[in-house]
Design a protein around this ligand. Structure first.
Ligand code: HEC
Ligand code: HEC
Length: 364
């Protein structure tokens, strides 16, 4: 009895900590000597600044475009040296809430880690800064706006012009990218019955139906435990059979055969604007994704027999009518926070002027 009571208290504390952690900004943004809002503003400018890359032609925003949920619309992007990357660019909304990052690397758990990779990795380069560290910082120093912004973001630093601080500021900006107000959220969590169309409501029922089981991996956590709106992923690594390239997914990082062709279950917030889909961008539309699941994870291409053999048992195929497929797409479209895609707080801060170094995403 007493034990059960103590256990209850312990569970309550764990639940409380989980909930509270969902609401407060990460501890590092609250550390003394840093100004959270100024860090976000600095990070935003850096995110859109091409001078941050070795060749002065690529910014984070080249591959992460706001109107596309901070993905890029390409099958796979090309980095600073023109070499294509191996995997599709994921969207960035709410990625500060994810405990594992990227398609298939369980060691990357913090935004700062992935941002340092984007800046410095060489196989192949993304921003390509490795070897050009001093040159890139010197370029930023010539901009009077940064002189003010670096000092405001890190008032306790004698010298805030470091890659550590650049990474911290970029991470603060990425953490601020929130998409929380979708028609689905309004319907389920704010009781707005008309927020979803009848078609999307039928799609919602299909999504969670045992026959399709989408909600098994793309979970919506039930309200009591829910500190933040659903991210539509249980963040496990699963083999679905998707992909045409020889990419072996998690196994490439862990070296463990059992991890072959497993990829992180992607969050589905704003998914309607982040096409093309899957780790290699091989499915161009949501319609193609649904047909892929209908076929039980068969897509053709290299290594198909091994990928099929590795599939999760829930990827077994099912039959949809055209109406049902239409309903499911209406549901997936209701996971878009339209306002987040236009929110000026996340937009390019450089004045519209051809001579500025910022990315002109719309003109690309
Ligand atoms: C050349 C294109 C490109 C550039 C430039 C780029 N990224 Fe990315 N980004 C990607 C790709 C591709 C991935 C997925 C990598 C993987 O899964 O291995 C990614 C993943 C991420 C993730 C993890 C998202 C998730 O859901 O796990 C974050 C965060 C991120 N990038 C932030 C940034 C920031 C900040 C910058 C600028 C410093 C940047 N990226 C520059 C292409 C790019
Ligand atoms: C067994 C777990 C599992 C089930 C069940 C599942 N998915 Fe997925 N889903 C994944 C994984 C893993 C990926 C990424 C696969 C890859 O890139 O190789 C994915 C990718 C997707 C994508 C592409 C997202 C992007 O950003 O590229 C969409 C859309 C999607 N699933 C929707 C659905 C729908 C709709 C269903 C039900 C018909 C469903 N999923 C069932 C695990 C699952």
């Amino acid at each position: 009895m007493r034990l059960a009571f103590l256990l209850g208290i312990a569970l309550f504390i764990v639940a409380l900590v989980t909930v509270v952690r969902g609401f407060v900004p990460a501890a590092e943004t609250l550390a003394p000597g840093k100004s959270p809002q100024a860090m976000i503003e600095l990070g935003r400018r850096l995110f859109y600044d091409q001078r941050l890359s070795a060749n002065g032609q690529i910014a984070c925003a080249t591959c992460h475009r706001q109107e596309l949920g901070f993905s890029d619309g390409r099958v796979v992007p090309t980095g600073a040296t023109g070499v294509p990357l191996r995997r599709n660019t994921p969207g960035l909304f709410n990625s500060g809430e994810l405990s594992v990052l990227t398609w298939a690397n369980a060691d990357i758990r913090r935004l700062e880690q992935q941002i340092a990779r984007a800046l410095f990795t060489a196989d192949p380069p993304e921003m390509g800064v490795a070897g050009y560290e001093t040159m890139a910082i010197d370029r930023l120093r010539t901009d009077p706006a940064y002189l003010h912004q670096f000092a405001a973001a890190f008032p306790a630093d004698a010298d805030p012009w470091t890659w550590q601080r650049i990474t911290d500021a970029l991470a603060a900006f990425v953490r601020s990218l929130a998409a929380r107000n979708t028609p689905y959220d309004r319907y389920v969590y704010h009781g707005e019955d008309t927020a979803l169309s009848d078609s999307a409501k039928r799609g919602l029922a299909l999504f969670f139906s045992p026959g399709l089981a989408c909600g098994h991996c793309h979970v919506d956590i039930a309200p009591p435990e829910r500190a933040t709106p659903p991210r539509w992923s249980d963040l496990t690594y699963v083999a679905t059979g998707a992909g045409r390239s020889p990419d072996r997914g998690l196994a490439e990082q862990t070296g463990n055969l059992a991890d072959a062709y497993r990829f992180r279950v992607p969050p589905l917030r704003n998914v309607a604007v982040t096409a093309p889909y899957m780790h290699d961008g091989s499915l161009p539309t949501l319609d193609a994704v649904l047909r892929f699941y209908e076929s039980g994870g068969r897509q053709g291409g290299g290594a198909e027999p091994e990928r099929i053999a590795a599939r999760h048992p829930l990827i077994a195929g099912f039959v949809l009518s055209d109406d049902e497929r239409h309903d499911l797409i209406a549901f997936l479209e209701a996971l878009t926070d339209e306002e987040s895609l236009r929110n000026p707080a996340f937009a390019d801060p450089f004045p519209f002027d051809a001579r500025t170094p910022a990315v002109r995403a719309r003109s690309r």
